[in-house]
Design a protein around this ligand. Structure first.
Ligand code: NAD
Length: 470
């Protein structure tokens, strides 16, 4: 396969390349992983935990190399450090959860006195993970770790936009021979991802709605399970009586951290009319104080727009909003070229129409459009008025009131008097609503069940003649 050039988000130079495997090479790799899976499964949970703990040691030894590669991939540093740290804590957390999970043996009586049921779980052989560029490391391992602990082999294809970390993480896997037999990363773009769908037994896909639809259709054709974690347009609702200072600080972080490149970014804010002006002033002042991480990677808080394809989308949404009469309070009317990269300052807008692209489509940039509402019913209707349903945030006078309002929001995770908490807290079990995805929760202890089929042994212990036989 021809090499794919990779752009550096800070310099704009194409200074790296990846060489995707041919279809035959991909098939060969998958056959090898599948062959290794049988003994991985049969050796039991304690051996699997031991291998993952050894991998964690290798990751920590390569901490600086991983951070360096991720920083080159994404142009931002603090989030790269966080990704590596979350990988180590995620292995630790999952090892504990999986041990508890496998300790539970379910033997139960049936309705027929002499027949017992022994429940078992049988892992899928080979799990395929396809991941995006916004948190390249974290989103490539979030499903891989529980799948490995479940007893599956795993092959991961990260995004072609941020692939420099792959060589480092693969070296850390190769340093643990037991793990390397069942776990591998792949370089490649959409074509490789699409070939992978033909080789695996279950797919975990994180990416856009448009690609998710193609992945879902390909999995349906093969009758294999598919877990889709797709885009979002998360709303934050601010009611009178809420602590406005707290709400503005939290919403700013939830909207602009990682340059707004998070599925769970706050992408639209609805504020009760009688506190609207005060909130707008507060958040605009706070947004103004946020600095670009330019010229040096350590200089400010907001790195470059990672994918140059995203620049066109952010600019189009801004242009559409401004043409429809939006007012710009801070930020620019488009992304700015600096040193070869593209940067977008935190941008606050008001007078935005609910039908504008910046309210209806995923922008994936640090833009904060703010719309007033009169009462609770209007706020809920506005919040539910898109095709997305990933997560949301509600700020009210008390957490009880915010939680009550959150019951009406069509989304899987609602942060109460806070924002974007699923970025930090991975214990809450949640599923996506509408086009934000489909399938079981990827967070919380039950996420491991996605990689196993239930199997029932129905045991006749009495050995007597069944009354229903001829
Ligand atoms: P994308 O859909 O363009 O690509 C995602 C992955 O799919 C990449 O690895 C790509 O190479 C691969 N791919 C492309 N075409 C394919 C095909 N036909 N078959 C199989 N694989 C294919 O998404 P992106 O631009 O990389 O990522 C941004 C999107 O991801 C945003 O919409 C964001 O909201 C979403 N996202 C969702 C979550 C979540 O948990 N819900 C988390 C992070 C990002």
């Amino acid at each position: 396969m021809p090499a794919i050039p990779v752009r550096n988000p800070r310099s704009g130079q194409f200074d790296y390349e990846i060489i995707p495997p041919s279809q035959e090479e991909l098939k060969f790799l998958c056959q090898g992983l599948r062959a290794g899976q049988k003994s991985w499964q049969s050796q039991g949970i304690e051996q699997r935990i031991e291998a993952l703990q050894a991998w964690k040691t290798e990751i920590l030894a390569k901490h600086d190399d991983l951070v360096k590669a991720l920083t080159l991939d994404t142009g931002r540093k603090a989030e790269s450090i966080l990704e590596v740290e979350l990988l180590a804590t995620s292995i630790e957390r999952w090892c504990g959860l999986a041990r508890d999970f496998f300790a539970e043996k379910v033997h139960k009586k049936s309705a027929i006195p002499f027949i017992e049921i022994h429940q078992e779980l049988s892992p899928f052989g080979l799990v395929g993970v396809i991941s995006p560029w916004n948190f390249p490391l974290l989103l490539s391992i979030i499903d891989a770790i529980p799948a490995l602990l479940a007893g599956s082999a795993v092959v991961v294809k990260p995004s072609e936009i941020t692939p420099r970390f792959i060589a480092v993480i693969q070296a850390s896997i190769d340093a643990v021979p037991e793990l390397a037999k069942v776990f591998s990363y792949l370089e490649g773009a959409g074509e490789t991802g699409s070939h992978l769908l033909g080789e695996v037994d279950l797919v975990c896909f994180t990416g856009s709605v448009a690609t998710g639809k193609k992945v879902y259709a390909a999995c349906a054709e093969r009758f294999i399970p598919c877990f889709l974690e797709l885009g979002g347009k998360d709303p934050a609702l601010v009611f009178e009586g809420a602590d406005l200072e707290r709400a503005a600080t939290a919403i700013l972080w939830g909207s602009v951290v990682n340059c707004g490149h998070s599925c769970l970014s706050i992408e639209r804010v609805y504020v009760q009319a009688n506190v609207f002006e005060a909130f707008l002033k507060l958040i605009s002042e706070k947004a103004q104080a946020i600095k670009l991480a330019y010229p040096g990677v350590d200089d400010g808080q907001i790195g470059p727009v990672i994918s140059d394809r995203q620049v066109a989308i952010i600019d189009e949404h801004l242009k559409d909003a401004l043409e429809q009469g939006a007012t710009l309070h801070t930020g620019d009317t488009a992304c700015q070229p600096l040193g070869g990269g593209w940067y977008c300052r935190p941008t606050v807008l008001s007078n935005v129409a609910q039908g504008a692209k910046i309210i209806q489509e995923e922008t994936f940039g640090p833009i904060i459009p703010i719309i007033p509402f009169e009462d609770e019913a209007e706020a809920i209707a506005l919040a539910n008025g898109t095709q997305f349903g990933l997560s949301a945030a509600v700020f009210a006078k008390t957490w009880e009131e915010a939680e009550r309002i959150g019951q009406h929001i069509e989304a899987g995770a609602i942060s109460i008097n806070d924002c974007a908490l699923t970025a930090i807290v991975h214990e809450g079990e949640k599923q996506s609503f509408k086009f934000s995805g489909i399938g079981g929760t990827r967070m919380g202890p039950s996420a491991i069940k996605r990689f196993m089929r239930q199997k029932a042994f129905i045991v006749n212990k009495a050995g007597v003649r069944d009354p229903w036989w001829f």
